[in-house]
Write a protein that binds this ligand. Sequence first.
Ligand code: SF4
Length: 357
Amino acid sequence: MCENPLQEIAAPLLEWYHINHRILPWRQDRDAYHVWVSEIMLQQTRVDAVVPYYERFIAQLPDIRALADCADDRLMKLWEGLGYYSRVRNMKKAARLICEQYGGIFPENVDEILRLPGIGAYTAGAIASIAFEQPVAAVDGNVLRVVTRLTEDGSDIADTGFRCQVTAALEDIYPRQECGDFTQSLMELGALVCIPNGLPKCTICPLQTLCGACKSGTQMQYPFRTKKAARRVEKKTILFLRYRNKIALRRRAKGGVLAGMWEFPNLDGYRTRKELSVWLAEHGIATRHIWMPVTVGNSKCEVKHIFTHIEWHMTYAVIDCADVTDENDFTWVTKEQLTDSIALPAAFRKVYGSALP
Ligand code: SF4
């Protein structure tokens, strides 16, 4: 890393944090379970979106043992809408392991925390510092942005080696006390002041006089990141099969995107009415009526859903069935079940909302 002013940031940053931090439900105490749940939810999701999920999750699963014992369907329903369901599956695995190996008490040792399923260096650092007051850094995008601007460091923030350097540099300057507040102050500054989109709010930044990028007016040059590969686009035709006031669902395959989750039956690509008729007949469905939002041969994307590396472009068909056989793997559910007890991934909720509002 470049020569940097990190040595002097702790005191002004902590002072700023004590006055300016947001009141958030997971900051009411330092319970490791609470820190863990909030940090996992906050991966890929905005703070204001996480708050109601967090409150409901903790109200229904108040401790590690309750999480370990929670039925999968109920757990998925609690997570519905947050996406990236492997996060909560790993949490349950980790909760079971904590119950088996640590008597239900969250381990304090950072190496033991790192061995838990779904916990990487960032989350382990957050838990160790916030819940257990250890000088372990938690380096995420917010922290990297603050540090690279302070130090005018143009290294690639996607580079693991550089992240390790930042982690080590921060751990050198952790205050003896208030480790948890120091971790949170860096994250909070990155979220509220040294913001990701648009100009940072340098005039209200407690680190303004220490900041290299602010002095030279180069804030927007940092952080540097090599361009990510473009997302792969996958086209799909989603089928809403209706029969006797019920709608068909099926389970996704155990591997890949949204593994094992519920989905509406669907086919790869944009399919014509004729292709759908053939597919339906092969799956034992006699149709009364097929409704599609576009004319045959002129299909277009009706709904987009973006995952980290993939984009789904979806069109759909609403199919009223005259008769169904069991030559398929469908489960027929009511509208109420779909709303109240089935965890349906956001991609499918979105297209369902467009097709059958
Ligand atoms: Fe970020 Fe500006 Fe503060 Fe520097 S002075 S850390 S660029 S907000």
